[in-house]
Each structure stands twice: as structure tokens, then as C-alpha cells.
Write a protein that binds this ligand. Structure first.
Ligand code: FMN
Length: 164
């Protein structure tokens, strides 16, 4: 088993490196996927954009055994069920891991445009609960939710399902 990840701003990479350190599994970014053999078992970690796990499509012909999606919220956005369906990973173990984000003013290009639209939508909502208020605060001010303990379910799964 090896770890493969896709990370844009580094939060998911930190989880991938942390997991590698804890398990001694080798770790590869998607851009080095050619170094991984097609039959090697893979645990994949990717950042999520509009519910889509980035980088995962490039692994369709690989032996992916489990998938982790990183987002900024307390729980997966829009929901674990929607993420699993949108990414066609039904039947594979899926783990949501809380990553983080830089303040929106530090983002560039399409990501900034998309996130500005999302922020506007959140701000316009009449039914703002604690989670929505928190999301607005994090998008505007940035947030780092990376914690070792967030990997515990992943480590547990690896222990039960691999030769670690
Ligand atoms: C344009 C954009 C769209 C995003 N969409 C989602 C989303 O649909 N669901 C979610 O949970 N997080 C979403 N996020 C949050 C990121 O997935 C999160 O910040 C992630 O931890 C970043 O990982 P990285 O630093 O490895 O790139 C989005 C972030 C951006 C910039």
C-alpha cells in the first residue's frame, strides 16, 4: 500500500506526510503517479472543491482501496453521501478529514471567484446557524484544522485492512 495525494495549498499534503510518518508507507503526489504501479494498493487523499475530490479522476485505472477528502468545515460539504455519490466512490471506505484554508484575499484565479460566490451565498442565507457563521469566518480570515487525531479513523482502518 502507498499513499497518493492531491493538495493545492498544503493542508492535505500535511495529512499525507503525517500518515506516511505514522505508517511508514511511501507517499506520492498525483503528479508523480507514474512512479506507482497499477496494481499497487493505494490510499488516496485529496482536497475537495465543490464536492469533488481533486485528483481522484487520474487514479481511475489504479488500485484505490480507500479515499480521504479534505475540506474546511466540521463535516464534509455538502455531505458525506453527496461527496461519495459525486465522486463515484460507493463501496470504498471514505474518510472526511478537516483541512484548512488561507484567507480568501490570498487566493487567486478561479478558486477565488468560486469561493467568493460561495461566501456571498452563505452571507445571504436567512437561516445562518453556528456552522454557517463559522464557515464565513474561516473563509474570510483563514483557518488551520489539521490535527493528528483527525487521522485516527484512517489509521484504524489501515490497521484492520492492511499488513501494517
Ligand atoms: C474554490 C474552493 C471550493 C471548495 N469547495 C469545498 C467543498 O465543496 N467541500 C469542502 O468540504 N471543502 C471545500 N473547500 C475547502 C478545501 O477543500 C479545503 O480548504 C482543503 O483542506 C484545502 O486543501 P489543500 O490545502 O490541500 O489544497 C473548497 C475550497 C476552495 C478554495
Amino acid at each position: 500500500m502507498v499513499i497518493v495525494y492531491e493538495s493545492k495549498t498544503g493542508f492535505t499534503k500535511r495529512y499525507a506526510d503525517m500518515l506516511a510518518l505514522k505508517t511508514r508507507l511511501k507517499v506520492f503526489p498525483v503528479k508523480e503517479l507514474s512512479k506507482v504501479s497499477k496494481d499497487e494498493e493505494i490510499i488516496f487523499l485529496g482536497w475537495m472543491k465543490a464536492g469533488k475530490i481533486q485528483g481522484l479522476d487520474k487514479l481511475r485505472n489504479y488500485n484505490v482501496k480507500a479515499v480521504c477528502g479534505s475540506g474546511t468545515g466540521r463535516t464534509a460539504e455538502p455531505s458525506v453521501e453527496a461527496v461519495v455519490a459525486r465522486n463515484k466512490v460507493e463501496g470504498l471506505p471514505f474518510f472526511y478529514i478537516r483541512g484548512g484554508c488561507y484567507p480568501i484575499k490570498e487566493l487567486k484565479g478561479m478558486d477565488r471567484i468560486l469561493l467568493s460566490m460561495f461566501l456571498k451565498m452563505l452571507k445571504n442565507r436567512k437561516d445562518k446557524d453556528e456552522n454557517i457563521e463559522e464557515a464565513i469566518k474561516h473563509i474570510e480570515g483563514g483557518f488551520d484544522g489539521v490535527k493528528e487525531e483527525n487521522l485516527l479513523p484512517v489509521l484504524e482502518w489501515l490497521k484492520c485492512n492492511t499488513e501494517l
